[in-house]
Every structure is written in structure tokens, then in C-alpha cells.
Write a protein that binds this ligand. Structure first.
Ligand SMILES: Nc1ncnc2c1ncn2[C@@H]1O[C@H](COP(=O)(O)OP(=O)(O)O)[C@@H](O)[C@H]1O
Ligand SMILES: [Mg+2]
Length: 226
């Protein structure tokens, strides 16, 4: 089973958690590969940092073109960065690359750009890509002031679009977050999907260590009784 990792915002730990998921599934003996369909903020001939991190956490070494079909120089919203490059992002091309990756691995972890409704072209956004790929969603909540609203809006939009929320991760990105436990409890009460783990603020977060904080068995489909 593959997953699409989205976040409450940009810079909330999607790459860190995607890499931790890759390590966690690899530890279970799975062939895993990360995918970053659309990356922005990368100079010509350079590999985007997210792509480097995802590849380092993968045990299937796929081509850059498959892992990252679209890469743009301006650190801007994907559809604007694409427009600047004279390109329109084509979801079918992303689905093709995903299929090639899925043929090589047991699990593909797809990291979205920004959050759920980030536009990808004139007519489609990230949630359309999740639907086209047919993937359940893992939501990374960047725990800081304001995250309750962002998280609950995202959860509501996932449901409204008929997507499946497989689980969520509380990733603490504010070292001084007040009432941390109460905030996480407030989300647990309101999100009808498993909390896969709480990742504390760390000065130098390491995806291998973070993997140990995620309960991947909560993602496993419930087996019917015999
Ligand atoms: N739990 C954490 N504690 C401290 N820093 C974090 C944590 N999670 C992420 N970060 C840092 O925040 C920045 C953004 O994380 P990243 O995974 O790149 O987010 P995104 O992919 O959502 O943009 C990185 O510098 C990362 O090391
Ligand atoms: Mg990222």
C-alpha cells in the first residue's frame, strides 16, 4: 500500500515524516521508494533537497525523472513556478511515473508540494493528484499555534473530496508551543483517523530516529475475523 503525504502547510515536516515512513516500512522488509512529483525552488542542474532526502531514505534506487517528474527554479507555488517555466503540470505524466515506481517497490511514499489544495495547474490541485493516484492520505500536522484550524480544515477537505485519511502525525515544529499535550488531545478528539505518532521538536531531526516514533501497524488494514 502506498501513501500520499500532505501537510497543514509548507515547512511542517512532510519531508522528514515521508523519510521516516520510508525507513519504517523498509525496516519491515518492504521495498520502498519516495516520490516528489512537483518540486519548486531548485536551480538548474541541481537536485531538489526533498528529492535528495527521499532518495537517501529509499531502498529502491529509481531514476530522478521517476522520483521527481517536475522541478522548477522559483521557490513559488507549483502552478506559478510551472507557468514561469512555460510548462503546464500534467497529472497523467505524474501518474505514469508513479506507476513505474510502484512496479519496482512495495510502497511508494509520495510527498506533496505544500498543503492539500495547492493548485498544480489552471484547473487542478494537489487533492486532484491524490485522487488520480488513488492513494490514501497521511496528514502531517505541524504543531504550532494555529495548527488546530489548519488541521481540521484539511481533514474536512479530505473527506469532502472523497479521499481517505489513513492517519496523521503530530510533528512539533515549535519548541515553545504552549499547552502542547492539550492541543494534540484536541485534534485526537476531532480527527477520525489514527494518530500515527507524536514527534517532538528536535534541534537536528533525524528520519531514522523519527521512524521509531511512528506506529505503522495502525495503517494496516483491519483484517476481518475468520
Ligand atoms: N520535529 C521537528 N523538530 C524540529 N525541526 C523540525 C521538525 N520537523 C521538521 N523540522 C525542520 O523543519 C524544516 C521543514 O521540514 P520539512 O520536512 O522539510 O518540511 P516540509 O517538507 O513540510 O516543507 C526542516 O528544516 C526540518 O529539519
Ligand atoms: Mg518537503
Amino acid at each position: 500500500m502506498s501513501y500520499f503525504v500532505t501537510g497543514t502547510d509548507t515547512n511542517v515536516g512532510k519531508t522528514l515524516i515521508s523519510c521516516a515512513l520510508l525507513h519504517g516500512f523498509a525496516d519491515k522488509g518492504k521495498r520502498v521508494v519516495g516520490m516528489k512529483p512537483v518540486a519548486a525552488g531548485c536551480m538548474a542542474d541541481e537536485i531538489h533537497d526533498d528529492v535528495k532526502q527521499l532518495r537517501a531514505a529509499s531502498n529502491v534506487l529509481a531514476s530522478y525523472g521517476q522520483v521527481n517528474p517536475y522541478c522548477f527554479a522559483p521557490a513559488a507555488a507549483p502552478h506559478l513556478a510551472a507557468q514561469f517555466a512555460g510548462v503546464s503540470i500534467n497529472l497523467e505524466r505524474i501518474v505514469e511515473s508513479f506507476s513505474e515506481l510502484a512496479a519496482q517497490a512495495d510502497e511508494v511514499i509520495v510527498e506533496g508540494a505544500g498543503g492539500l489544495l495547492v493548485p498544480l495547474n489552471a484547473a487542478q490541485d494537489s487533492s486532484d493528484l491524490m485522487r488520480e493516484l488513488g492513494l490514501p492520505v497521511i496528514l502531517v500536522v505541524g504543531v504550532r499555534l494555529g495548527c488546530l484550524n489548519h488541521a481540521l480544515l484539511t481533514v474536512e477537505a479530505i473527506a469532502a473530496r472523497g479521499l481517505t485519511l489513513a492517519g496523521w502525525v503530530a510533528n512539533v515544529v515549535d519548541a515553545d508551543m504552549a499547552m502542547l499535550d492539550q492541543n494534540i488531545a484536541a485534534l485526537e478528539q476531532r480527527i477520525n483517523a489514527p494518530l500515527l505518532g507524536v514527534v517532538p521538536f528536535q534541534l537536528q531531526p533525524d528520519a531514522l530516529d523519527v521512524a521509531k516514533l511512528l506506529n505503522l501497524h495502525l495503517l494496516e488494514p483491519i483484517k476481518p475475523h475468520d
